[in-house]
Design a binder for this molecule. Sequence first.
Ligand code: FE2
Length: 250
Amino acid sequence: MYPFKDEMVSIVISDQYQRKFLEDRLLIPSDEEDVPFLEWCQRSKFSDALVVELVLLFSDPTYKPDDSFSDISIEEILLYIKESHQFYNHHYLKKLEQLNTVHHNIIDTSNKTNTICILMNQFISYFRKHIIEEETQLIPYIEFILLDQAKHLFRPSELFAVLCENQTALYNEHDDHGKQLLKLIQYKLQQLSLQISNYDFQWSYYCHLINTFFVDLTIHEYIEDNILLSKARQHEQIALEKIRVQCRLN
Ligand SMILES: [Fe+2]
């Protein structure tokens, strides 16, 4: 079904560490047994097609899916974005917040005047706000359009009012301020690590979380800007057409 991609995914998940990471990240119930790739994909709440694309994206940051997402529904992309937000809140942001209040043997992040600590606190609050904005504005707007198209619940005048209120929502690219802050933190940590030779576990974990979160956000941004928004604009056009038709009839 996915020539060559099956093989790639099988290779990626044959690595225990990678498989464990992907199981946590893509909400795939883990099992000690090594199962064939298709069976592994089917444990996920996402379709095989989406799991394959995500595995390839996570294992190779240079991978460009191009139009591989054309058969994946917008509803599923929305589900992935919402699940990712939950994961960011409960995993990355929570752990980075905890690690930002402890003393490592290299940097004292419990010191509130430490530059890295300040930047990290800025990043955490910026990103939490970003998630809330998407969950309360962008996502409900897209869901409203989809609901109308599935069930024809709203009159054209109601639809028009909501479209007017959100006329720029699908044309704002993902703000990369969060990624820039993380990049700056990565740079400062790298500079610091050049002067030090004794890394403690917490320090290494702190750096690891920042690096993996950075890759995750790059994928998140790609999926939102290139896939979600582009699919949502097509649905928005259908909604506009429904309004135009109604105006012509009146
Ligand atoms: Fe986002």
